[in-house]
Design a protein around this ligand. Structure first.
Ligand code: ZN
Length: 207
């Protein structure tokens, strides 16, 4: 905790001062251009990899960057409500779903019952990606672990684009071309981001 405490003081004394004017402008309202949906993984930092400042990205992070399909529900839906707010109130122009290499959430799809014993909620959450696992296993054997890993991470990210389109207000805005949706794949060890090309159905290096 000590490291964090030192950090918040240092932030106030240095970085905050550097962007004082921006924070002043942001004090009464936000107008982010993008809803960024990423994994909770500590190595994927949305503002860092996109070089964006406070006020630009509205961020949702959860295990394995999953977008639950739209449904009417009386439950407490964190991801769904944040999507609703970003699109209907903040009027973001873009939604990016960003998966990444070495994703523990995607890896857990292949964990044994025993390994998932301590993770009942994670296990339940990952049921949302069960279809992805089936898709990947139809193409690679369980032994091809590395290939299975990145294929799962990429297929899972693409699947979330489909799930986004189950939200009536997203589908409508995409059809009207007032909202763009994209799937990205970030590689931790190279810093590269690959963008899904819906025509070729391949991830292509952003440049
Ligand atoms: Zn992850």
């Amino acid at each position: 905790m000590e490291k964090l405490l030192k950090g918040i003081v240092k932030f106030r004394e240095t970085d905050f001062k550097e962007h004082r004017e921006l924070f002043g402008k942001l004090s009464k309202e936000q107008n982010p251009h993008t809803l960024f949906i990423g994994c909770s993984d500590s190595r994927l930092i949305p503002n860092l990899i996109t070089r964006t400042l406070p006020g630009e990205l509205f961020v949702i992070r959860n295990i394995a960057n999953i977008v639950p399909p739209y449904r009417d529900s009386e439950e407490y839906l964190a991801t769904t409500s944040a999507i609703e707010y970003a699109v209907n109130i903040l009027n973001v122009g873009n939604i990016v779903v960003c998966g990444h290499s070495n994703c523990g959430g995607c890896k857990s799809l292949y964990a044994s019952e025993d390994e998932l014993k301590a993770l009942p909620h994670t296990r339940k959450w990952l049921e949302l990606a069960a279809k992805v696992k089936d898709q990947v296993l139809a193409k690679v054997s369980e032994e091809e672990v590395d290939k299975r890993e990145w294929m799962t991470e990429q297929a899972n990210t693409v699947e979330q684009l489909k799930n986004l389109l189950t939200y009536p207000f997203i589908r409508e805005k995409v059809q009207q071309k007032t909202l763009s949706i994209a799937a990205w794949y970030y590689i931790i060890e190279t810093g590269e981001v690959f963008i899904y090309n819906t025509q070729s159905a391949l991830f292509e290096l952003a440049n």
